[in-house]
Design a protein around this ligand. Structure first.
Ligand code: UD1
Ligand code: UDP
Length: 374
């Protein structure tokens, strides 16, 4: 029996590892798949809800790391994860995405000679001011199996001189979750719930804008967050807005006294559970975001998306999907939003291999790898 430990820490990680865990169940005579949760995200609404809704087993290891500066968080994860690896001696670890937990655990495993599989490898924003970009580059250089979600990833890994035998173009695990849970997403009552709970604003299918912001570059400075608040208020003159607020963003808006300044047509909520959030995404007329995963989910769903960033590590969503990368000039974002809402929509297609079977491919490759067949 081979042992594989998947690391999860932050919200997007749960969505990426849930389908991988399901795919390993087919190999349960040969592979013991365990989950290690670093505790980088810890609120129920940022963590537990995903285990429940995505039907994941409880983590076998919980490191309880919590928040901190980059160095503190990364270092604490490393110290605790090393203990897990010393005790468990897995044959392979899997790390998804680009968060601090991803890089910290990769560093530990590589020094111990434990092979690493990186789920969502090769993405690059080429912006080293993003902590995620550093996490991506470091993790890829240390990994033995590089699972790529879109064609740009293949190009970047080749340019960086990564041995192509390690690279596997498998598709997008986030889309596996989306496809798997589509029947539940279609039954969600979130719109009715929001209308019953928030009496000031009324939303209808395809007549509201869904907004999420959590990138430090957009939400950490007081000035930037004030401008963002003004932008959201102008947007709410056009359509009702649903704004589930990430804890980083809420903390900062609270600190600068901005929450009470939001327009009455903006429904603000805590982070929303996966099924309901995807139901809102699917039914939105437009999504405005700085999230990584949401750029991909909107492309798959054919929903209009405006990304408020200067770059994206997911260019396929712009090249073939419904995503528009507009930059951080909020006047420009407002103008494009107006155009989209008056019918100037971007058509898109679903990227190659975003077919709901990515995790099956990953599990098969891991199974072969663990038996020494590459
Ligand atoms: C992290 C990832 C980012 C990812 C995002 C997904 C890094 C460097 N960043 O950003 O790539 O896009 O997760 O959502 O790994 N907090 C809570 N409760 C929680 C989680 C966080 O209150 O459950 C607060 C903490 O006080 C912390 C702040 O939010 O100060 C930020 O958390 P952190 O994990 O450091 O970074 P994120 O902004 O969540
Ligand atoms: N998400 C959710 N509820 C929310 C916001 C997001 O379930 O209120 C889901 C959604 O599927 C999204 C994923 O969490 O793709 C990742 O979230 P986030 O934007 O925090 O991370 P990123 O992809 O930017 O790293």
């Amino acid at each position: 029996m081979k042992k594989i430990i998947s690391v999860v820490g932050a919200r997007p990680n749960f969505i990426k590892i849930a389908p991988v865990d399901k795919a390993f169940r087919k190999y349960d005579k040969d592979i013991l798949h365990l989950i290690c949760h670093t505790g980088q995200h810890f609120d129920k609404k940022m963590s537990d809800v995903f285990f429940d809704e995505l039907e994941m087993p409880r983590p076998s290891f919980y490191l309880g790391i919590n928040s901190g500066s980059h160095a503190e968080q990364t270092a604490r994860i490393m110290i605790e994860f090393e203990k897990v690896l010393l005790n468990e001696k897995p044959d392979l670890i899997l790390v998804p995405g680009d968060v601090n937990s991803t890089m910290a655990c990769s560093l530990v495993a590589s020094k111990m000679g434990i092979p690493i599989g990186h789920v969502e490898s090769g993405l690059r924003s080429f912006d080293r001011e993003m902590p995620e970009e550093i996490n991506r580059v470091v993790t890829d250089v240390l990994s033995d199996l590089l699972f790529v979600s879109e064609e740009s990833g293949l190009r970047h890994l080749k340019n960086e001189g990564i041995d192509e035998k390690k690279v596997h173009f498998v598709g997008n695990v986030m889309i596996d979750s989306l496809i798997h849970y589509m029947p539940k997403i279609d039954q969600s009552k979130i719109i009715e719930y929001l209308n019953n709970t928030y009496k000031d604003a009324r939303i209808e299918k395809k007549k509201f804008v869904l907004v999420t912001f959590h990138r430090p570059s957009n939400v950490d400075s007081e000035e930037g967050l004030r401008e963002l608040t003004d932008f959201l208020n102008r947007l709410a003159d056009l359509r009702p807005v649903v704004f589930p607020i990430h804890p980083r963003t809420r903390q900062n808006m609270d600190q600068y006294g901005l929450l009470s300044r939001l327009h009455s047509q903006i429904i603000t909520t805590d982070p929303i559970g996966y099924i309901d959030f995807l139901a809102l995404t699917k039914n939105a007329e437009l999504v405005i975001t700085d999230s990584g995963g949401i750029q991909e989910e909107t492309t798959f769903l054919g929903v209009q998306c405006i990304t408020v960033r200067n770059n994206t590590e997911r260019p396929i969503t712009v090249k073939v999907g419904t995503n528009q990368l507009i930059g951080t000039d909020l006047e420009k974002v407002q103008q494009v939003a107006k155009e989209v809402l008056s019918g100037k929509q971007k058509t898109g297609v679903i990227p190659e291999l975003w077919d709901g079977r990515t995790a099956d491919r990953i599990a098969k490759i891991c199974f072969n790898f663990s038996r020494g067949i590459n």
